[in-house]
Write a protein that binds this ligand. Sequence first.
Ligand code: GLU
Length: 303
Amino acid sequence: MQSQLDEIVATIRSEPATGEVASYIPELAHADPNLLAISAIDLSGKQFSAGDVEHSFTLQSVSKAFSLALALEIHGPLVFNKVGYEPTGNPFFSMLPLESEQGKPRNPFVNSGAIAVSGMIPGDTRQESYEKFLKFLTKLSDGQQFRLDEPTYTSESETGFRNRAMANFLKQYGWIEDVDLAVETYFMHCSTLINTDQLARLGLFLANRGVDPITGNRILDESSCRAIVTLMTTCGTYDYAGRVAIEIGLPCKSGVSGGILAIVPGKMSIAAFSPRLGTHGNSEAGMRMLQLLSEELELSIFQ
Ligand code: GLU
């Protein structure tokens, strides 16, 4: 595995880079476009990584998998009374389906859905609610500590007019209670710092039916875990999930800072990172690394 990851990173570094670093959140535009990292951890706890593994980036939309897990831990399937299960076919920031569906978000991985999910995490203040999210990440990683990247959070909060519009929309229809609390907590989830080793570790319970295979602790019940992994497959990579299913064949959740979490059910959790994004908002090199690994190890769940 180690030599495969090393080779994949070397191959990608030798190919011409494609894609652009996200700049609609001004702070993200400062990322070094050439960063490249991949980590994998299997169910026995063996961890392998290659590239710029020590580099931390913000979770962005990858956080949506973990905020959904936390909401499911707290509320169980009631979560799906407020967000649906279906792909939208539209970009993550789109407000289109909201209009015709009484404001109910189609799924937890579009921004409106993630804002609704963030609103389900209890807390009287954004700090209190965010603390619960950080504690959950610590539990998933068996004790690692995580923190907010203040400049990214400020940047998102100052420029997130569209997300705030969506939150107001959700409030109008009664899907959330407190607009500021839901949207600011969502921005904080997105602005949490992580590296690929940590991200792969956080996702490991999703590869093992909701149980952390290293500690033996149950994190989530099986059906909640299955819902997350299934939604990652159908809705986890924006309006590109069909191509990802064909080319990589793994449940993935991507984010606009260039991170991707990929789950190989029953086997391992993989995290890839590189900041240049394709037109659908997924890391170009990250997707390519996952594709090469999936092909070499025949990991596709659709074989
Ligand atoms: N914080 C970002 C936003 O709301 C997350 C988007 C993403 O990673 O897809 O626009």
